[in-house]
Design a protein around this ligand. Structure first.
Ligand code: NAG
Ligand code: NAG
Ligand code: NAG
Ligand code: NAG
Ligand code: NAG
Ligand code: NAG
Ligand code: NAG
Length: 309
């Protein structure tokens, strides 16, 4: 599938999430691991891309210690930085990581729920069509996260949702570009498209890739997924791909319930919980560093009881 087709495809999916302008109910579903959110501090961090474009990220960390810790960079979904991404970063901070939400669109761009669907789609397609620009912005966020004093700069994982999921697949494919420095792995949640055909992957790519995708998400059809997996396999990449059955696009986004859910985009508690557990395992594995907070003994009943019927 051409990049343009992929984007049109992704737009069709995004168009189904008609609730972009509704106030995101990030508290509708709350992973509460039993930690006190009061230990999480946040800063807005100003930085620039290689052209000097002003960017403003969101940085969250547990303030009970100043010890350096691994960083998780979060690439936002198609409406940019909003309450959803900050909430995820706070959750990652509660797990003992430093979480940095990347600003892809720039400080002068309105972002989050204030954007309507067509504005968000136009922005994400503009960046989707310009992988160099997108990777420059992702790389700027990775470098900025690694410069924070509380961050262990040699260990970064980059995750992304929807548009951001596609962006992290592109990031992994771009190795050994500078943007991938000290990036150990990427995890895409309901990626909006397979990796860009404009990026040629190099053999011996060491970046671990994990994809968490709904089987019924039209963003990546099963045959496109298979070609991507075969390409990674032929490159010797270590990848994993989890399909969630009866699951569509945007399954981690709590606002996609009730009237806001559709046949192509909807929240799924099962896929959300399971993919979050997959992320926790991925981080433990790649960082080789167990934060006290990311011990499974600390999970709540809801985390350990499967909701698979
Ligand atoms: C940690 O951050 C929270 C939230 O901002 C704040 O209430 C608390 O006082 C901070 N704790 C320390 C030790 O700085
Ligand atoms: C960031 O920290 C401030 C307190 O310093 C708090 O009021 C605010 O809610 C926090 N933001 C998020 C998204 O958690
Ligand atoms: C953002 O807006 C400010 C104030 O209007 C302006 O000075 C600045 O040049 C703009 N920055 C970018 C990157 O467009
Ligand atoms: C989205 O917002 C822009 C700018 O406010 C406006 O011009 C456009 O008509 C809106 N589109 C829709 C579909 O509401
Ligand atoms: C930097 O600016 C040039 C000239 O405007 C533009 O072609 C290029 O895409 C920009 N690159 C980035 C990373 O912003
Ligand atoms: C990062 O550096 C720390 C401290 O120097 C070290 O203990 C850790 O093993 C390193 N992690 C990775 C993934 O290289
Ligand atoms: C049940 C359990 O092991 N709880 C632990 C969760 O993590 C905190 C912070 O490290 C420990 O104090 C608890 O004992």
């Amino acid at each position: 599938m051409s990049v343009k087709m992929q984007l049109l495809h992704a737009l069709a999916v995004f168009a189904a999430i008609g609730s972009a302008s509704a106030s995101p109910a990030e508290n509708n579903y709350n992973f509460d691991y039993g930690f006190d959110p009061a230990v999480v501090s946040n800063d807005t961090v100003d930085y620039t891309d290689s052209n000097g474009t002003a960017l403003r990220g969101y940085f969250a960390y547990a303030n009970s210690t100043t010890t350096g810790r691994p960083a998780v960079v979060v690439i936002p979904d198609y409406d940019g930085i909003g309450p959803y991404e900050r909430w995820r970063a706070n959750l990652l901070a509660q797990l003992g990581y430093a979480a940095f939400v990347a600003d892809i669109y720039g400080v002068n761009q309105t972002q989050g729920p204030a954007l309507n669907m067509s504005e968000s789609s136009a922005l994400s397609s503009m960046y989707g069509m310009n992988p160099d620009l997108l990777l420059d912005r992702v790389g700027a966020a990775v470098a900025e996260a690694q410069m924070q004093s509380m961050v262990m700069s040699n260990a970064t994982v980059v995750i992304g949702y929807c548009f951001g999921g596609s962006a992290v697949l592109d990031l992994a494919a771009s190795w050994p570009e500078a943007a991938t420095e000290n990036v150990l792995g990427v995890m895409a949640f309901h990626a909006g498209s397979p990796p860009s055909a404009m990026i040629d992957m190099s053999p011996s790519n060491p970046i671990r890739i994990s994809v968490q995708q709904g089987f019924d998400d039209p963003s990546i059809a099963p045959d496109a997924a298979l070609s991507t997996q075969q390409m990674w396999e032929s490159m010797g990449v270590k990848w994993e791909w989890t399909w969630y059955s009866q699951t569509v696009h945007a399954f981690t986004e709590p606002q996609g319930v009730g009237a806001a859910a559709s046949s192509t985009a909807a929240y799924s508690a099962t896929a959300d919980e399971r993919s979050w557990q997959a992320l926790r395992t991925f981080l433990l594995d790649l960082f080789g560093y167990v934060t006290p907070q990311n011990e499974y003994a600390n999970t709540t009943t809801a985390d350990t009881v499967s909701s698979f019927a």
